[in-house]
Design a protein around this ligand. Structure first.
Ligand code: HEC
Length: 99
């Protein structure tokens, strides 16, 4: 029984550090594509960086930093300021899976 519980935990945590919902992240990502591209490859013309395949924890910490104003990004702020930390986690799960 103990072994089964351990195995279940490993399966739950193996894909990501976070409890997330990549399908929800895909929906939220619709507002990001105009700058970051539909595959997250970025757009030099907008100075929007590639974010596809980036680590989920880095995407999450970046989004939190932008929302708090620790990182300044006046272009992107309107698109993320009303999102929750759960939204950020879902987005991070989705974007880290792009390549
Ligand atoms: C209006 C254009 C625009 C939109 C829309 C936009 N971004 Fe950005 N994003 C940028 C720009 C420009 C930067 C670079 C900011 C800087 O100089 O640090 C950036 C940076 C980022 C970074 C940091 C990347 C790194 O390597 O540090 C992440 C993560 C990110 N965006 C995610 C998102 C997500 C998720 C969305 C949708 C919810 C989104 N962005 C919507 C323009 C945009």
């Amino acid at each position: 029984m103990k072994l089964l519980a351990t195995t279940t935990l490993l399966v739950l945590f193996s894909s990501s550090v976070f409890a997330q919902d990549a399908a929800k992240g895909a929906q939220l990502f619709a507002t990001c594509v105009q700058c970051h591209g539909d595959q997250g490859h970025g757009d030099p013309a907008q100075q929007a960086p590639r974010i596809a395949g980036q680590h989920d924890w880095y995407l999450l910490s970046s989004l939190i930093a932008f929302k708090k104003g620790e990182r300044q990004n006046p272009k992107m702020l309107p698109f993320i300021k009303n999102l929750t930390e759960k939204d950020f986690k879902d987005l991070a799960a989705y974007i880290s899976g792009l390549n």
